[in-house]
Design a protein. Structure first.
Length: 306
């Protein structure tokens, strides 16, 4: 299933003059995993119960297609793939209290199942996985974690499964940006994982209370180890075992990647210099002038050196 994307709002553009440093996360396929949160019908399909709230953002960011691309590329790369699903059983509806979104999810029967040991009525229900993702999720190799119950992975076995599979880096995608994805990001960081969020492989609610995607994006900039587009992530997954900004610069994809702004010319050029500095004993970067150059010149110099 695909939905025609619209152009993302300029409100989602990165700041022209960022104050925060680029952490410089470099993907190591030998210890990386793709983790997709809630890739389920109730979130991602027009048939789902929450589409009226999330559909605009999902369509705008082409989220469904991007998640599918990540699944395919991760399988091709041979890295660990995990999903952290969201299920509610009859006993969960007896909770004595909950937050606003919890109240909404219970009231619209979002992610409902008959019980933890029953698949009655599950197939193609709102709690089921999106059909186009099933070949990747149900291949006998993907980790299907036990369900998280509110927003974060504290209540499921995701972290245990990842550790047991030797994972220390995570590519994070799925739903919803300011809810379960952000909660997973925060907890996984606290547990010592290095986490890159794929900015256009998620989406958020649009309500009078505010733009959930924008709220999440701001926090990702502050706390994630990396904030990549799907296009960047696919390059890293299909490229060298150790990939990072220098590889993205080398391949000439900077101008076309969603979420990359003019300021990233200079940021990525400096990252390229730093990456090359690590690789050469004489120390690239001293006297390169990358930091003082215009963004375009810095990029050109970095590509020329590469």
């Amino acid at each position: 299933m695909s939905h025609e994307p619209s152009r993302p709002s300029t409100a989602y553009n990165d700041p022209a003059d960022p104050a925060l440093p680029n952490p410089g996360m470099r993907l190591d396929l030998s210890r990386a995993a793709l983790v997709v949160i809630d890739p389920q019908i109730d979130f991602l399909s027009p048939e789902g119960v929450s589409w009226s709230v999330f559909g605009k953002s999902i369509t705008e960011h082409d989220t469904v297609r991007h998640i599918g691309q990540l699944f395919a590329a991760a399988k091709e790369a041979g890295i660990t793939v995990a999903v952290s699903p969201h299920y509610y059983y009859p006993c969960d509806h007896e909770w004595h209290f909950g937050g606003p979104l919890e109240k909404v999810m219970h009231s619209i029967c979002m992610f409902d199942r008959k019980g933890p040991l029953s698949l009655e009525g599950f197939e193609n229900s709102g709690a089921d996985f999106l059909p186009e993702y099933k070949p990747y999720i149900l291949d006998g190799k993907t980790i299907i974690a036990s369900p998280h119950k509110v927003y974060g992975p504290e209540t499921n076995d995701l972290a245990l499964q990842l550790r047991k599979h030797g994972v220390s880096q995570i590519i994070l995608a799925g739903m919803a940006a300011n809810l379960c994805v952000e909660s997973h990001l925060r907890e996984l960081l606290e547990l010592g994982f290095e986490v890159a969020v794929v900015r256009d492989a998620t989406a958020g609610p649009t309500t009078p209370e505010g733009d959930g995607y924008l709220a999440a994006l701001i926090n990702y900039r502050y706390i994630a180890n990396a904030l990549w587009s799907t296009e960047q992530t696919l390059i890293y997954l299909r490229g060298e075992r150790t990939a990072g900004p220098v590889d993205f610069v080398r391949r000439g994809h900077l101008r076309s990647a969603q979420g990359i702004t003019a300021v990233d010319y200079q940021v990525l050029a400096v990252d390229a210099a730093c990456s090359l500095r690590e690789q050469e004993e004489d120390g690239i970067g001293h006297g390169t002038g990358f930091e003082e150059a215009t963004p375009e010149q810095a990029l050109a110099d970095a590509i020329g050196y590469c």
